[in-house]
Design a protein around this ligand. Sequence first.
Ligand SMILES: Cc1cc2nc3c(=O)[nH]c(=O)nc-3n(C[C@H](O)[C@H](O)[C@H](O)COP(=O)(O)O)c2cc1C
Length: 354
Amino acid sequence: MRLAALAQPLLRLLPPETAHCAAIEALKVLAPRPGNPPDPRLAIRALGLAFPNPLGLAAGFDKNAELPAAMLNLGFGFVEVGTLTPRPQPGNPRPRLFRLGEDGAVINRFGFNNEGFERALARLARRPAGIVGVNVGANKDSADRGADYALGVATFAPVADYFAINVSSPNTPGLRDLQRRAALDELVARVVAARERAAPRRPVLVKIAPDLDEREIEDVVAVVLARGCEGLIVSNTTLARPASLRSRHRGEAGGLSGRPLFEPSTGALARAYLASGGGLTLIGAGGIEDGATALAKIEAGASLVQLYTSLALKGIGVVDAVLDGLTRAVQEGGASGVGALRGRRAREWVNRSQ
Ligand SMILES: Cc1cc2nc3c(=O)[nH]c(=O)nc-3n(C[C@H](O)[C@H](O)[C@H](O)COP(=O)(O)O)c2cc1C
């Protein structure tokens, strides 16, 4: 068992944000070495990149790009750092992270606390061997949010393997309005223009909320395709509070992630897949905690998947659990590789979430 896995029961005794900071510090010190190489059938080509496996670390865990190498060594096929904003900002007052243990969920209202572009860029200058995406956002008090995103693309082009344009955090007032068709079109036009000016030219994905309806998802897909972006990340956290929630923190404000997000985010993913006719690279996120939930995202249309909450609640063992489960699914399905399973249940997922 890895040392990092042994620490999990201790971290659970700490308040959630303290536990997160302790985990980051511990990982910096432990600096895990690479584990066994993944099964070659999990390798996948997407976004012009060769991913060793389709499981990524979702944005928000390594907001300041402190540990991409450590997380890649723990088995992730790629790591997305951020959300980063041009200037450092403190985020919302604490407490702002809540465990909903009985529900397998978390609520956060961090509000883009981060150290800003400059410090993260300096860290990323020493690029790890592996795929690192940079998730960019806008400062809370920005007078021109579009300029913040465009600056992010210009700044990180030398070091980012791809960009995630985060217009779906519920914790920066008004940010989600950037998902509306006209606003998104204007924003994406500026981001793509910045990417075309930058070198090298990097893939751009827009990260959306699970709370968009069918029509809104179709609008997003139309804009992204028309402007020449490469894909979407579906999804960020939800503002919804399903009646099934039991934990005492269920009424906290912020974005809900983890198990209760699995169904709605997979439904939204399948809609985006069908609306795009398979023409976009989709990263599925929301409630992945084992092989079955990761496989469901791929069958709903994802080329790649990401997780965060199950890592926070269960520890690093989830990475091997997901990868082992996916390897078994490829074997049992008689598929040549994990990519062959993509989208085969998209229609079912859309019908189920109607
Ligand atoms: C504590 C926390 C912080 C997050 N911070 C960010 C962030 O800064 N930027 C972002 O795009 N998504 C952020 N997310 C959303 C995750 O990247 C992911 O999209 C979402 O949590 C769904 O995946 P999960 O259910 O596996 O956690 C955050 C999630 C959590 C739980």
